[in-house]
Ligand binder design. Sequence first.
Ligand code: HXC
Length: 510
Amino acid sequence: MKDILEELEARRQTARQGGGQRRVDAQHARGKLTARERVELLLDEGSFEEFDTFVAHRCTDFGMEKDRPAGDGVVTGWGTINGRMVYVFSQDFTVFGGSLSETHAQKICKVMDMAVRNGAPIIGINDSGGARIQEGVASLAGYAEVFQRNIMASGVVPQISLIMGPCAGGAVYSPAMTDFIFMVKDTSYMFVTGPDVVKTVTNEMVTAEELGGASTHTKKSSVADGAFENDVEALFETRRLFDFLPLNNRDRAPTRPFFDDVARIEGSLDTLIPDNPNQPYDMKELIRKIADEGDFYELQKDFAGNIVTGFVRLEGQTVGVVANQPLVLAGCLDIDSSRKAARFVRFCDAFEIPILTFVDVPGFLPGTSQEYGGVIKHGAKLLFAYGEATVPKVTVITRKAYGGAYDVMASKHLRGDFNYAWPTAEIAVMGAKGATEILYRSELGDNDKIALRTKDYEDRFANPFVAAEKGFIDEVIMPHSTRKRVARAFASLRGKRLSNPWKKHDNIPL
Ligand code: HXC
């Protein structure tokens, strides 16, 4: 018996060594952790339960039968993050470059199936040379099996991808279909075709980092939701994100203990809005001031800064925040911000996370690049996402809510539950100057007359009361009491029941 136990321990020991010390050292020399070290840091200490430690590939081409390392280049299993269950897979670059074989894919599929069946999120750590070249189509089939599971798991359990090394070719499409992607600066990249192919086909000279590094994907393409300095930071931030999320679509996000007064008055918010309506202010200040302990977990912060998305907690409960940001493009909606916010709203709705919207939007960004780029269709994504969302929706208009953008930003008409406005709100078809120039075109040469007309328009429409008279605004609230009002609104909505008519699925303008 003792011998058998010793043999198991010896086999485990060999499996844990992955591709051997030389390759582990090379991994460390690049500033990367190994697959197992990453899992250890991601999960609560001692909570990891590994599956399929001894799975080996079945390839017999290219002499592969002589090299069958235990685990086949991916570590899989489950554990906990702050006591809550999660399934993980972590590709081991030290074994065949973390490349995906038929059996490697089967290991990933097994934990994905368990995650869906048992209602727990799945976190994938990607560090791989792609399809196992020696296995050919068997490897491609493996990828497709993973893709199919990503699709089926979407909206059922949260899926998070960490990119911690290469992720190229069709392999990028698994992370692309998950809910959140985090990357590590300088050591990770994602692209469909690498720099060499790009050079051959388009003659462009570009490095892997420029083509698909963390900075590219968080600033330009918006493929990734966050970029971090190193593996440790990325893993730590993943734990923080995880804490905001429910385990599955039938569960509620966890309620965390909070040490903040729900009725906290924030006097400084009474002077947040500058006297000059064209002067910007930082919407994130408002978000932090209403959040429990000022904690705001921002996503996609380096992309489409004209809209801000992320999570806060109110009374310990997760709330998704979408807010126009006057500091960037005056807070206009455009293609990028609409796409960014629409995806976030849909995530929140899929996982029953209430949505808080702060509005200060002068309208949609004009211009040929926007029109040619399809701002109509992209703007419609956000409109559609808000309109179909059945979670509790609370909206606060701080300043401008002009034109179609007023409708889009979780207005009453899109089944907003509580629509508040600050006294500084201006809810109108457009700004006073633009409106006057259209209505009184014949008087345009006469500056005094136009000034009077503009003032008249401002007095009449640049306020929240016309909308409040019609009941489109439920109440005009004091800025300093925003936290209390919003928290009470969400508290009153905990029993909300609303469903959409039966359909196979909708046809959101993609
Ligand atoms: C088998 C692979 C491999 C692969 C790397 N290795 N990629 N083995 N299949 N796809 C092995 C190497 O032979 C090497 O083994 C070890 O992993 C480390 O690789 P290196 O090249 O030494 O590392 P590095 O210099 O860091 O370069 C990493 C790399 C490069 C950029 C990922 O290895 C590379 O370009 N690999 C091929 C990538 C590729 O073309 N993959 C197929 C893409 S198509 P030893 O024994 O020396 O340690 C694809 C389609 C998916 O993925 C489609 C889904 C639909």
